[in-house]
Design a binder for this molecule. Sequence first.
Ligand SMILES: [Zn+2]
Length: 685
Amino acid sequence: MKSGWVERDAETLVALGANSGIERDFALRIYTTRLLGSDRKLVLHGGGNTSLKTRARDRLGEEVDVLRVKASGADMAVIEPDGMPAVRLSGLRELRVLDAIADEDLVGIERANLLDPAAPNPSVEVMLHAFLPHKFIDHTHASAVLSVIDQPDGEKKCADVFAGRLAFVPYLMPGFGLAKKAIEVFERAKPSDGLILSKHGIVTFGDSTREAYERMIEMVTLAENFLARHRKSIAAAPAACSTAAVDEIAPIVRGSCSEKDDKTEGAWRRMVLEYRRREAILDFLKATDLGRLSETGVVTPDHTIRTKNRPLVLPHPETGKLGDFAGAARQAADAFTARYRDYFARHNTRVGGGKHELDPLPRVVLVPGLGLFGLGSTKQDAVIAADIAEEWMAVVAGAESIGRFESISEADMFDCEYWPLEQAKLGARKEPPLAGQIAAITGAAGAIGAATARAFAAAGAEIALLDVNLAVARDQAKTIGPTALPLQCDVTDAASVDGAFEKIAAHFGGVDIAVSNAGAAWQGRIGEVDEDILRKSFELNFYGHQRVAQAAVKIMLAQGTGGCLLFNVSKQAVNPGPNFGPYGIPKAAALALMRQYALDYGADGIRANAVNADRIRSGLLTPEMIASRARARGLSEQDYMSGNLLGREVTADDVAQAFLHHALALKTTADVTTVDGGNIAAAMR
Ligand SMILES: [Zn+2]
C-alpha cells in the first residue's frame, strides 16, 4: 500500500481552510482523514476514525484544550470540518478514574463537553482518542491487518509482523472499557507507532498528521507483505455443473429472504438485493470448507450492524433445476431466521432482557457458482452489505492463507449488534410504507410515468424507469435519486420487455409492483379506419400491457410474496369518444385484462387494479391539442382542462397518487379508480 500524500493537495486544502478560519493542523487532519477514507482496504462505510488535539475558543472566548474527533458514523472519504466536532479534552480525560460508565451517561458527558452544542455525536471510540496522549491519532479496520490479527494466535502474529512497533490490546467491545485498556497497554509497553486492537483494527499516532497517516500505511504494508510471503491457497472443490442465470436466481433468493408481516394480512417484509460476482468471490465460494468459514463471524465488530453475525449459504443453483434450488433456498432461509431468533433470545436473557429484537432476515447470501448478494431495506443498504461481505471474504481468505481465521465470540457479536451506540449509526429510521419494495414503471419518461415514479420513490420503493426513450428515462431517474434504474424498453417487443425485467431482477432482486403505463393514442372512425392503425394501437395499448404483466407475474411467482399489477386505462375504456375507437377499444380490452389477472392470480396474492384517468397534460394531450380542442368547443384552455363535475383540472400527480393508493390497499383487487374530476358517463358504477 502506497502513501497517498501529495504535498500540493495538502497545501491547497490548508490554503482553502485559511480562508474560512481553519487552522493548518485541522486542515491537514481533514486531508489525511479523506485519504484514509477513500481506500476501502482501510475503512468501509462509516468505519474507522481520526482525531487531532488542539486548542479552540469556547463560547466565552476562552482558549481551551480540545479533541477534534470524527463524528459517529460519518464517512471519512468526504469528511468536512463540521464532521469533526471539538470536545473539551479535560472533561473526557477526568473520566479515567472511573471503573465503568453507562453508555447513556457517557454520551451525555461527551455532549456536555462539545464546544458547539448542536454538533453531531463524537465517534463511539472518542475515549480511546482522548486518553492517548498523541496529537494525531488514526484508527482503521484495514483488511490486511485484520487477516493477520483475526487469528487464535493473533498476539504472536502481531509481534512477528510489526516487530514490537505496535502494542497488542486484547479484545474488548468498543467504548469506555476498551479505551481504558488501550491506555493501560500503551503506558506499559510504550510502543513507537501505535496499537493493535485484537479482532478489531489498528491505531497509529504521530506528532504530525502526515506521520500518523504514513505510519498507518507502513503498518498495513507490513501486514500485506507478510500475507504475500506466507500465502497458501485455500483448498477448492472441483467446478460444479452449469449455473443458472442471476435473474432467475435473484427472485428466489429474495422471496426466501422475506417474511410475512404479522401486523397486516397480506403484507411482507421484503429486501432489496445487490449482486456481486468478481473472480475473488467465485473463488472464495469454491472453498471446500465454505460451511465452516461461513460460521466464523465478522472480521471487525461494527460490521455486525450491517451484515449480522453470519451469512446465509445456499446450494449451487444448477441450470434447469430451479424448483430444487427454490425448495432448498426456502428451507435454508427459514433455518437461518429460526437460528437468529434463538441467538437473540439466548443473549437477550444473558444480558438481563430488555433488548428489542431486530428483524431476523439475512443481510448477506452466498450462492456457490453464482456470487454473493447483499440485502437491505433499501438499495443503498444492500450495497453497503455487499461491500462489507466482499471485504469479509478478502480478510477471511487472507487469514486462512496464513493460519486460521477467528472472530470474536457470538456473545461479543450480540453485544455489538445490540449496542445502542452502534444502532444509533443506522439513525432513527421510520420505515416508509413501500420500504423494501421494487416498482417497475413503463412509459416512465412521460408525465404520468414520471409522477408515479416520484410518488413511489417518496413512499420508499426502489424504482426502475422503463421507457422507449432511454435518454429521457435517464434524466427522470436523476431527479429521483442515485438508485433509480433507467432502462430502455419497447413494450411492443416481447424480447425488449423480457430483457428489461431480467435486468430489474438481476439489479434489484425482483419486482413487487408493475405500473403498466406506456400508451399512445390513435384516431379514426371505426368503420373506415385502416386495419394497420388498429393493430398498431392493439400492439401498444393492449399487448404492451399483457407483455409487462406477464413478465412481472413470472418474477412475482418466483418470489412467492404476492405483488401488484397496475394498469393505466383511459376513460376511453368505458366511455368511448367519437372517432377514438382505435385508442378506446384496446384500452377496454386492457380493462378486461386487468380483471383476468385479478381472477387468475388472486390466490397467489397478486393484485391487479387500474386507474381510469382523463384529460391530463401529457404526451397524449399536448399544449397544441389542448388549444385546438378548447377552441373547437369555444372554451378557454383552463375551462377545457377543468371541464368536469368538480370543475378542477386533474394532474399527473393526481394519477400517481391513485396508483400509490392501489399499491398500498392490500385488500383491493380488480378495482378501477377514476381520476377525472367527475365524468358521469365514465363513472364505473
Ligand atoms: Zn474501530
